[in-house]
Structures are given as structure tokens and as C-alpha cells.
Ligand binder design. Sequence first.
Ligand code: DPX
Ligand code: MG
Length: 562
Amino acid sequence: MTLHTVGSYLATRLAQIGLKHHFVVPGDYNLVLLDQLLAEPGLQQVGCANELNASFAAEGYARANGAAACVVTFSVGALSALNGIGGAYAENLPVILVSGSPNTNDAGAHHLLHHTLGTHNFSYQCEIAKHLTCAAVAVTCADDAPHLIDHAIRTALREQKPAYIEIPCNLAAVACASPGPISSLTQPVPSDPDTLHAAVAAAAAFLASSAKPMLLAGPRIRAAGAQEAFRKLAEALGSAVAVMPSAKGLFPEDHPQFAGIALGEVSTRGCNEIIDWADSLLCAGTVFTDYTTVGWTSLPPAAKIIDAGYDRIVVSGHDFGNLRLADFLFALAGQVQAKPATLVEYARFRSPIALPAAEPSAEKLTRHGMFLQVQALLTPTSTLLVDTGDSWFNGMYMALPHGASFEIEMLWGHIGWSVPASFGYALGAPRRQVIVMVGDGSFQMTAQEVAQMILYKLPVIIFLVNNRGYTIEVEIHDGPYNNIKNWDYAGLVNVFNAESGAGMGLLARTGKELAAAIQQAGRNTQGPTLIECVIDRDDCTRQMISWGRRVATANARPPRVT
Ligand code: DPX
Ligand code: MG
């Protein structure tokens, strides 16, 4: 019989749910726990430069691998990591945050402890975590640990949200019961059959009564494991299919029914018009926010939509809960008749944008020139991660080859996310070519994680867009606060290399220099390549300007007087 401790129990469960890595920053409250995790042969321990980065590395790993874990110390570590956990909540990613915590004897002894507020309250961290996770548990005795750990991980997987587990420093190595079969954590909750039947019937009737239906995919179809079901429904209906920017790549862009990226007036060509023209819209896994509706200018009217959410369908005045989106979409695919009107119409006014071949020039680099060269680099194995700023817009209008994927953190929108997230993603998906587009301001938030890419020899390619400031903010509302201190970004990589390391930092001020840098990046397989792309401060996408103006207008609405 294998003897388990609280720490080894957690390690076994993390390995059983498919994790091969966990992201850590050590501290005296978690050191014994880290020893226990190190002893699990299936789990590699990966250090991060700080806890914010560790949480985003885990968030990126979960995007590649389905789930992730991040282990930190009490308060000074965990409170930083909770930012990335909030991001994982918004982005529907099951990241397990584990925090070491004070010795169980200290609360009763009325001791004051380091890494706390200097009061006798040690429960605030778990209280905060409850608001940012779907399950937050604090282990207080070893006997309870298996049950609490299982509850947190099971809930995270079911809800595709982060969870929090707190383990006191003197319990990590204490013996506890051994784990049972992993299916008790991973078995999905089935749809309620009667509700499923009723929801499908209502949606089928709604679509039957509409002449020109259309489909819109949102990011939660990935969390719901419903990509294939969505595609089945699309093919059964034969309509046009649009995707939100945060669902880019979840429906293949080379599919004959693909009708573009839906982002209100800055949608790809013809996409907004066809959504307006459609008389009904099945929204699968969509998230309508001020950003995705372009300052509430493109929120579809409720009467026109079937809102097919992660576990709930709203249609024709009914709200059907306790359903799985994939079950609903698969079943609906068998109930609909072909209604290709929106696709036929879209084909009339779609003008396929034949991208000109990137012709690198010796002139000053422009945003457009950079866009074309990054576009030309994408292959079926690429994953493009784009950070908040104009990088979002540069990325969302690129054409994804079949198999290429796209990652964006459009709801949480933490600048600097892409650097640690791409580190985690690259560890989770070693066979993919990981490409990052990140602004200078964003990069300054989390730059340290490039050093970990060097340590782990990850050939991530980072396009760092140096436009000398927070350009998105410049375009929305300028002020002196939008200027940032310039760095020698390309030179920084050598600082991170120190005495060893194959990171490469290159400077591109012209199209030709960028082309040469991309060639060099392709040859650098033993570490990251950061290409600093120098463009003018105002050289941004026209879509970002329009979108920014709309969002700023929504932000500026005066308080309603009642
Ligand atoms: C801020 C944003 O340089 O990109 O393309 O120049 O805009 P662009 P940069 O990375 O600048 C980003 C900057 C300051 N947003 O324009 S989008 C506010 C913000 C945020 N996240 C955090 N703090 C502030 N989104 C953590
Ligand atoms: Mg910038």
C-alpha cells in the first residue's frame, strides 16, 4: 500500500488530472509542500520569477493542457498570484492555486506571524480567494485533506474555473488517506435528459421559424469542450458562422462557412453586416461585455438570439439549466434543416482580402509591414498569443492557417499577461511554435519571465512592439501618464542570458531588419528570440482607434439620475 501525505496526495491528484508541470515560487510556508510535490515522478517543478508571473504561466499552461497548478507562499506570494487567478476565472481556465500557510498551532497560541497583516486573523487569504475561485478550501487537519483537495480540483474541472487550496506548513508531510480512482474528479456531470430534450426542441423550433439564421461562437465553447459539436451544428445548418475575437481559431478559418471575426463596427469585412442581416443568431459560449460589444454598440437584441451558454440555454423566454453545451449542440445538429441564406448572402459581399506578400523594405518599419511579416510566419503548428493593446488588433485580423491557434485574454485584459502565459503555454505544448505579440508597456510588467524561457530553452518568438508608450491609451485619452521609460529591450535578453543561455534579442527598425531577425529567430531553437519592432508612437490599427473611441464613450456615460 502506498502511504500518502497531504502533499503527496495533492501531487498524485495533479499528475492524475494530466499535469506534467506545476509553477512555483518558494517561501518558508510552502517548502515542505514543494518537497512533497518534487517527489512525484510525473510532475516537473517549474520556478517562476514572481507569483504574478507564476499565476499567468499556469493560466497559459491551462490553455495548452486543459488545467494547471501554481504553488506559492502565504500572502506575499498568494496575493500577487490571485491576480492571475482572477484572470483564469474570467477566461474559464481550471488553474489550481495552492498556498502554504501558517503552522496550525499559531492561531490558537495568539501568535503574530511574518507574511501576515500583524493581526491574529489568518483566514483573510482564503476569504479573498473565495471571491476569485469556484472552490476555496483551507486544510486544517490531515484527515480532511483528501476530501478538501478532491472537492477543489473536481469543482475546478467541472466549472472550468480556478480553485484554491491552503495547506499549513506543518501539515504538508503529515500522513493521510490515499486517493481513490481519478474518475471521481474527472467524470463530467451529465445533462438532465428532460431539460436537454426541451431545450433542443425549443431551439429547433426557434431556428425553424427563422429564414436566415446564423451562428456566433464565443470563447466558452472551448471551456465546454463543444468545438466539435458546434461545428456539427454549423454544418447541419449550413449558415454563415462568425466568431468573437476570443474564440478566434475555435472554428477553422479555412472552413467554407467561416464568415469572420465579430467585433461590432470593427469586425472583419462583411461580418457585422451579415450579423445585422441575419434574423436569428445562435450564440454559443459567447461573452458580451463593453469590449466585445464595442461600448454596447453591437449587443444583439435578446429576441433575436438563442443564448447557448456553458451549462445553460436561454431561448424563447425559457431558461434551461443543468445542461452541457456539447450535448445541446450535438442534439440540435440532428434536429435542424439546412438554412444557408446567411452564407449565400455573405458570399455576395465578402471580398476575400488577398494579403500582399510581405515585401520587406529598407524604409522605416511600419505597423502594417510588421503585421504582414508576422502573418507570413504563421503555420498550422503556430499558436499566436496577443497581449492587451494594439497587439490584440494586429493579431485578430490575421488569417489563421488550418490548425493554428490564437490566445487572447480579452476579458481580464491584464497587460503583460502574454510573457508568462507564453512561457507556460510553451511548456504545455512543446510541439507548437509559440509566437507572441506584446507592446512595450505590457512587456515592462512581466519581462522577467523571458529569463525562465531561456532556462527551459523554449524557442518562443516575441515580437515586442516598441511604440514608446501606452498607445491604446494615447488614442483613447492622452496625457503624460501614457509615456513610459524606454528600455533597450533587445539588449535585455543578454542580461537574462548572463553566463549561459541561448536567448536572442534583435532590433528591427526597418522591414529588412525585421525579415533578417525573423530568419535568425527560426534558427534559434535553443531559447527565446525577442524581436524589438520599432514603430511610430501613433502608428496603430484604424480598428483600435474606432473601438477605443466607442469604449471610451461608454466609459464616459454620466451617472444616471433617477
Ligand atoms: C494599458 C494599456 O505598450 O501596447 O499597443 O502601445 O497600447 P500599445 P502597450 O503594451 O501599452 C498597453 C497600454 C495601460 N491598460 O496601452 S492597454 C491599462 C492596464 C491594464 N492592465 C494592467 N494595468 C493597466 N490593461 C495590469
Ligand atoms: Mg506601446
